[in-house]
Ligand binder design. Structure first.
Ligand code: PLP
Length: 379
């Protein structure tokens, strides 16, 4: 049975460039970058090259790149460092109400254990986030703002650049963190243009392997390590580097950087075809707005619980998700914030594309939903 993988916001298949680079590191360049002999040097060259590629992709200096194990770690480091280094007097943190758990839970920890006040900004009545609403919450007591660029459940694009630039102009002391996990390699994610002090990104969402992420940390911004030990990553992230995963991340970004726009337009076409076909079905409502990232489409299939439809589709080789992969089926509350009723939230499906998907995947999905509506409803 052919597999139609439409769960790319959860994770992506590693691309050939990533696999080749990882294989090279596993079989040839397997030294420890800290070793002084040739094997160490070859491994060091692998991580150096990946750092140059990531720095170029984010438009920053190589010294502003820290390799981590995942975006969750990058975000923990950014938010907890900022709270420790700048949060003695300033206790207010601004964020959106629709952040990924890696931001939400870290902020909940800072609130519970260190007394920070967390202000969650909601979208307006049309489900749109406005930059001005983030600025309005800022004051002299604000230490930082953490805002995602593309929502992982619905694809909503948040006005990070506009909000950060307004805030930096009026409150230059506020530290800015952007979770760009679902935007990186899809939208321009450039540190200076975003006015970001920190950016978190992840390898496995962009066709590299699981287990590698990056934190961009602007030069001069104060940082505290989460993990203590050796001198790796300028003593900010101790532990022997995972050279294969880092090299694979670099190779992926290098391979995909030249045609970001072409892939975006291709996926947009797929997204439009899917929307057109879904609109022919009764009982399907599209939650994602038309200006959402084309890589994510969130829908409600009325009166059929997400898990039931998900497993029905799975049996036909079509893989989608019931929302955020990290919430493991538990409601995140994000669809409701973007206008779904609580009943609808139980029937949400998230379809997420990569440029490897085809119209065949779209047709298999739509046929599967239509068949499921008939079969499940009548049982
Ligand atoms: N932020 C967003 C928006 C995500 O979608 C995810 C993963 O689902 C993460 C952060 C966490 O990324 P990682 O799996 O690399 O920790």
């Amino acid at each position: 049975m052919p597999i139609h993988y439409l769960d790319n916001a959860a994770t992506t298949k590693p691309c050939k460039a990533a696999v080749d680079a990882m294989m090279r590191c596993f079989s040839e360049h397997y030294g420890n970058p800290s070793s002084l002999h040739k094997a160490g040097l070859l491994a060091q060259q692998e991580t150096d090259h990946a750092r140059v590629v990531l720095a170029s992709a984010l438009g920053c200096d190589t010294r502003e790149i820290i390799f981590t194990s995942c975006a969750t770690e990058s975000t923990n480091m950014a938010l907890r460092s900022t709270a420790a280094a700048y949060g003695r007097r300033r206790k207010k943190i601004i964020t959106s109400a629709v952040e990924h758990a890696s931001v939400k839970k870290t902020l909940a920890y800072l609130s519970d254990s260190e007394g920070f006040e967390i202000v969650e900004v909601k979208p307006d009545e049309t489900g749109t986030y406005r930059a001005i609403d983030f600025l309005k919450e800022c004051d002299d007591n604000t230490v930082m703002i953490s805002m995602m660029m593309v929502n992982n459940e619905t694809g909503h694009v948040l006005p990070v650049k506009e909000a950060f630039s307004m805030i930096k102009r009026k409150f230059p002391h506020v530290i800015t963190h952007c979770d760009a996990v679902q935007a990186f390699m899809k939208y321009p994610v450039k540190a200076n243009a975003l006015c970001a002090d920190f950016i978190s990104i992840s390898g496995h969402k962009v066709h590299a392997a699981k287990g590698v992420g990056t934190l961009y940390a602007r030069k001069g911004v104060k940082l505290r390590a989460l993990i203590f030990g050796g001198k790796q990553e300028r003593e900010l992230r101790a532990g022997t580097e995972s050279v294969p995963l880092i090299a694979g991340f670099g190779a992926t970004v290098e391979a995909l950087s030249s045609d970001i726009e072409k892939r975006f337009n291709y996926v947009k076409e797929l997204n439009i075809s899917l929307r057109e076909r879904l609109m022919q079905l009764d009982g399907v409502r599209i939650i994602s707005p038309e200006n959402a990232s084309p890589y994510v489409l969130s829908i409600v299939v009325s009166n059929i619980r997400s898990e039931i439809m998900l497993h029905y589709l799975e049996a036909r080789g079509v893989y989608v998700s019931s929302g955020s992969a990290c919430s493991k089926g538990a409601g995140s509350g994000v669809p409701e914030i973007f206008g779904a009723s609580s009943k609808e939230a139980d029937s949400v499906l998230r379809i997420s594309f990569s440029s490897e998907n085809t119209l065949e995947d779209v047709c298999a999905l739509v046929d599967g939903i239509a068949a499921g509506q008939k079969e499940i409803m009548h049982n």
